[in-house]
Design a protein. Structure first.
Length: 468
């Protein structure tokens, strides 16, 4: 809804805020209709409180973002940065009376440079759009979250996103070379570089990656690119137990293989995918392992990995014959979370990463937690990273089931820490895992993180209530 000064709500606090915002923004960039602003209140996480924003702003330029932050600083109004709101931790949830700063309209790819192998983009560029654009130049932007068709680069940077290909190519942080950031008081700061190497000063670029909008507003990013690899081929291996599948993962990684993808789906997930998509995946399996290679001779790599799977006890190993078969298998994996949501209507998606050597212990522990709490918990995992996504399926209209779902979620995080892991591999902390961050990093670590926050945001107006 386009609001003018006259149409905007006129209570004293909100009216002053709107007047000041409209002094430097076009009317169509300021949304105040409660039905519209309410739709910006939260991301896709369950059990995360969200407030009521005073206004939603959709800037198109860096100068407009600076104006918003100067206004927010002058009036001491909290600002919650947002991308596509596909996050799973509540990091983009609004707080009462805040300015929601949606960066989705800043969606230009400013430069693709094949010589320097970089792309320069605004934060609202959708991941898949960038991937296709650089592909036209024979280049490759590897980070590929499951929501890559919707999620934005700014959101990926804010939550330090991962994806299916991270086992070979790494996570978002490894591809962010430099940033332009609007600070809490409206000043513009540039960090990092556009060169292949650079170690000048503290690495402030890495500091902003994963900061969930709590230190500044990313308005431009310099991203590293790689040459486009050959099309990958995928292998599917069935196992009679999760332990056997995890043994295969350990054998593959210990053998020095570098798959472009190594994913695991448990029995519950396979059944859910079949029920949703009718793909005909083998429901007799206890665990389905998908391995892929994008090398010059992927068939030979798959054969070697297939032998390791058989040595670990695979009951069947089926390599794809071509790219079409490979994509079908990958589509099954990408459908996992949607399929699990259909089981009971609501899910809580955990994001615990453990050492690869403890992956089998993680799966066994989650199964015990599911039995104890009388819940369906499906597991999908970036197995090559040890990054598991135990997904609790529950009926949100059943208070007792909701309670058990939350308790099981916490038990899974506790299990991850006991196994030497971390509470989040790629989804971030947000609101959902604040207390668990404190447990993981300890009181001294928490004190230092708060000191960093205070240095960049002394008034505490940037995404308050997130992380800690």
């Amino acid at each position: 809804m386009i609001m003018s000064r006259i149409e905007a709500p006129r209570d004293e606090a909100t009216g002053n805020l709107l007047d000041r915002l409209l002094d430097g923004l076009p009317a169509d960039a300021v949304l105040t209709d409660p039905d519209v602003t309410g739709s910006y209140a939260n991301d896709m996480a369950s059990f995360c409180p969200a407030g009521t924003p005073a206004v939603v702003v959709l800037p198109r330029t860096v100068e407009q973002v600076q104006h918003v932050m100067r206004t927010a600083t002058a009036l001491r109004v909290p600002v919650v940065p947002q991308g596509a709101r596909t996050g799973l931790s509540g990091a983009a949830n609004a707080s009462d009376g805040c300015v929601v700063l949606s960066l989705t309209k800043m969606d230009r790819i400013l430069e693709i440079n094949p010589v320097d192998r970089i792309a320069v983009v605004e934060p609202g560029v959708v991941n898949a759009v960038l991937s296709r654009a650089v592909g036209e130049h024979g280049l490759y932007y590897p980070p590929d979250p499951s929501s890559w068709e919707m999620c934005t680069i700014g959101g990926n940077i804010g939550t330090a996103s991962g994806g299916l290909c991270c086992v070979k190519y790494g996570v978002t942080a490894e591809y962010v070379l430099g940033l332009d950031v609007v600070l809490a008081d409206g000043r513009l700061m540039s960090t990092g570089r556009r060169t292949a190497k650079g170690v000048a000063g503290y690495d402030l670029t890495r500091l902003f990656v994963g900061s969930e909008g709590s230190l500044g507003i990313v308005v431009r990013a310099v991203l590293a690119l790689k040459p486009q690899p050959p099309a990958q081929l995928v292998l599917a291996a069935e196992f009679a137990s999760g332990a056997a599948a995890c043994d295969a993962v350990c054998r593959i990684m210990a053998g020095g293989h570098v798959p472009s993808l190594l994913e695991l789906m448990d029995r519950t997930t396979v059944k859910a995918v079949n029920d949703l998509t009718h793909m005909g995946l083998p429901e007799t399996t206890e665990a389905l392992l998908l391995a892929a290679f994008d090398t010059t001779d992927p068939a030979a790599d798959l054969a070697a990995v297939g032998a390791l799977c058989e040595a670990a006890g695979a009951t069947q190993v089926v390599p794809a014959e071509d790219a079409a078969e490979s994509e079908l298998l990958l589509q099954a994996r990408r459908s996992s979370l949607v399929a699990l949501e259909a089981v009971k209507g609501t899910t809580m998606i955990d994001d615990v990463c453990v050492p690869r050597s403890r992956l089998g212990d993680m799966l066994d522990g989650v199964e015990r937690i599911a039995e104890k709490h009388r819940l369906t918990i499906g597991i999908v995992a970036h197995a090559g990273d040890g990054n598991t996504h135990p997904t609790v399926c529950f009926d949100a209209t059943d208070p007792d089931e909701c309670r058990r779902a939350r308790e099981s979620f916490d038990a899974i995080m506790a299990l991850g820490l006991e196994l030497g892991g971390t509470i989040t591999g790629e989804h971030g902390v947000g609101v959902l895992k604040k207390e668990w961050l404190a447990r993981e990093i300890g009181p001294v670590g928490l004190e230092m993180q708060r000191a960093v926050k205070a240095a960049f945001d002394p008034l505490g107006i940037l995404n308050p209530g997130k992380l800690f």
